[in-house]
Design a protein around this ligand. Structure first.
Ligand code: NOJ
Length: 586
């Protein structure tokens, strides 16, 4: 059965804005809401119709806004509530929907609820957070945490509070205490704040680590880290695994839909680390009444460390592993739930540096190739600011040049304890730090790339004189125009939105190719994911060669390419082509 929601979803193309780094309108070096308004023309011309804003709310910025101290106030550096209302209105006039980032697994420790909660054990807000007694005391009287969980950004997931003699749980930094969703008052508060924003006209939410909201009541130890000498207890991954997809998560999400979302026209996407296809169908199944789609992590975890150091590694994934993972999700959700499609976001390194080739020779062509293979799959494509102009990773010389708390925590964990050398860790950081995504948007070749007239809060990538939006818009062969055409193709051809998915060369380490099919139409996407020229007999959509690969179709025509001409059955470095055909006449 086709869900009525599906037509909203399959046309949408989302653009993610990291407001701090997008466009500064007042010269303080920090991007802001008015800056976003200034760039709406640019986004409209690109063709996106949903804008997801990373958090814009009051925050002490321990984790750049993912630590919220007031859900109904705007971060001062970003502007005022009037600015946000103006942005919502201007976006609406252009047919664009604004998604806000709903960060409700945790708050800031500076949120009034937490201040109250800390003040005494019998404060009415005590039960808004997850408090536990110490497991015991060490010989010198130090209280021991309730279990061995490690947090994403600090050595333990527990922080001791001297005033009340208990620990509170924080799966992220100690300044991000986890809310207690078992408490119906907490859920009511969240639903109220969602209504507050929906009543202002926002069009939905991206929900931060939403599969962490239901914690197992026992809070038992995580399995010990097998090969990570940096940590004594559970590893980051095993601790996270203990706290995801908990016993009441689906009940809470269904309640949220009944209590709030059902009353509005919304689009929702949940960030759900450590989630299988089976879980994905529960969260984003068409008939389940939970979320519209989820962000999965498998394809961005394939290049993790083989030494047990989590994401900290500079190795590349093999193409066959990547395509197998993408296929697994494409086929797993087919007709049952909805995919989100992404290479990039504010937590991930730049796609062209990670999966493509950011050398001057191949940057544009490989960024276009990555866009092609992503946008032609089934699901809602997400574009992260700067991806559409092929922005690349940055490499800062010193650890203190980096801002991100995760990067600093990892450096402290591994280098200061002597497990990874400084030089090796700086290479890993250059490959994986979240700051790769957070350097300011490169608008033009003027000072600070036109991002600000002041001093940028994070240094720019020095390559902005060559890589910038003004240059990309002026060049018809740029990544920007390629993305614009890909978005237009999605709107034009139903087979891109709804066709089934069939991976053509599962074992290839150079070619990523797949076919899509509806009853009437066929699509073939063929891409060379390498810097060498390769032979591919169906690269020019020869019907016989395609038939040998199991693709029946006729009337093939080339509808997208990242090269100016066609080399037939030869695929040049990072060449990516899309052919449209129709079903064979019976
Ligand atoms: C996921 C967000 O994407 C990330 O930026 C943040 O640090 C954590 N959740 C904690 O909110």
């Amino acid at each position: 059965m086709t869900s009525p929601r599906r037509s909203v979803l399959d046309n949408a193309v989302v653009y993610q804005i990291y407001p701090r780094s997008f466009k500064d309108s007042d010269g303080d070096g920090i991007g802001d809401i008015r800056g976003i308004c200034e760039k709406l023309d640019y986004l409209e011309q690109l063709g996106v119709d949903v804008l997801w804003l990373s958090p814009i709310f009051a925050s002490p910025n321990d984790d750049n806004g993912y630590d919220i101290s007031d859900y109904r106030a705007i971060m001062k550096e970003f502007g005022t509530m009037a600015d946000v209302e103006e942005l919502i209105a201007q976006a609406r006039q252009r047919g664009m929907r604004i998604l806000l980032d709903l960060v409700v697994n945790h708050t800031s420790d500076e949120h009034e609820w937490f201040r109250q909660s800390c003040s005494s054990k019998d404060n009415p807000y005590r039960d808004y957070y997850i408090w536990r007694d110490p497991a015991g005391y060490s010989e010198d009287g130090t209280p021991l945490p309730p279990n061995n969980w490690i947090s994403a950004f600090s050595p333990s997931a527990w922080e001791f509070d001297e005033t009340t003699g208990q620990f509170y749980l924080h799966m992220f930094s100690p300044k991000q205490p986890d809310l207690n969703w078992e408490n119906p008052e907490v859920r009511r508060e969240v639903y109220d704040l969602m209504r507050f924003w929906l009543d202002k006209g926002v069009g939905g939410f991206r929900m931060d680590v939403i599969n962490l909201i239901s914690k197992p009541q026992e809070l038992i130890d995580a399995p010990l880290a097998v090969n990570d000498p940096a940590v004594a207890g559970g590893s980051r991954e095993s601790s996270l695994a203990m706290s995801v997809n908990g016993p009441r998560v689906h009940e809470f999400l269904q309640e949220m839909r009944r209590e709030v979302l059902d009353d509005y026209d919304t689009l929702t996407v949940g960030e759900t680390p450590i989630t299988t296809v089976e879980d994905g169908i529960l969260y984003a199944g068409f008939e389940r009444g939970e979320l519209d789609m989820i962000f999965t992590f498998e394809h961005v975890s394939l290049d993790f460390s083989e030494q047990g150091w989590g994401k900290w590694s500079d190795r590349r994934t093999s193409l066959s592993a990547l395509t197998a993972t993408l296929e697994h999700w494409q086929k797993g959700l087919e007709d049952r739930a909805w995919n989100s499609l992404y290479w990039n976001n504010h937590d991930q390194p730049r796609a062209v540096s990670r999966f493509g080739n950011d050398s001057p020779e191949y940057r544009v062509v490989s960024a276009c190739m990555l866009g092609t293979v992503l946008h032609m799959m089934c699901g809602t494509p997400y574009i992260y600011q700067g991806e559409e102009i092929g922005m690349t990773n940055v490499s800062f010389p010193e650890i203190d040049d980096y801002d991100d708390l995760e990067t600093h925590d990892a450096y402290d964990t591994y280098v200061r304890s002597g497990i990874i050398s400084h030089e090796q860790m700086m290479r890993f950081i250059a490959a994986k730090s979240r700051d790769n995504a957070r350097t300011p948007m490169q608008w033009d070749e003027s000072e600070h790339a036109g991002f600000t007239t002041g001093t940028p809060w994070l240094p720019l990538n020095p390559n902005y004189p060559e890589i910038n939006a003004r240059a990309a818009v002026a060049d018809p062969h740029s990544v920007y125009h390629h993305y614009r055409r890909l978005i237009a193709l999605r709107r034009e051809y139903p087979v891109i939105r709804r066709g089934s998915f069939h991976l053509l060369e599962p074992d290839s380490e150079t070619i990523f190719s797949y076919a899509r099919a509806t009853a009437e139409d066929r699509l073939v996407v063929v891409a060379n994911v390498s810097a060498t020229t390769v032979e591919c007999d169906y690269a020019a959509a020869s019907p016989a060669a395609l038939q040998r690969r199991g693709v029946e179709g006729a009337g093939w025509q080339l509808i997208s390419s990242n090269y100016a001409d066609d080399a037939g059955s030869v695929l040049r470095p990072y060449e990516a082509k899309v052919y449209l055909g129709h079903a064979p006449q019976s």
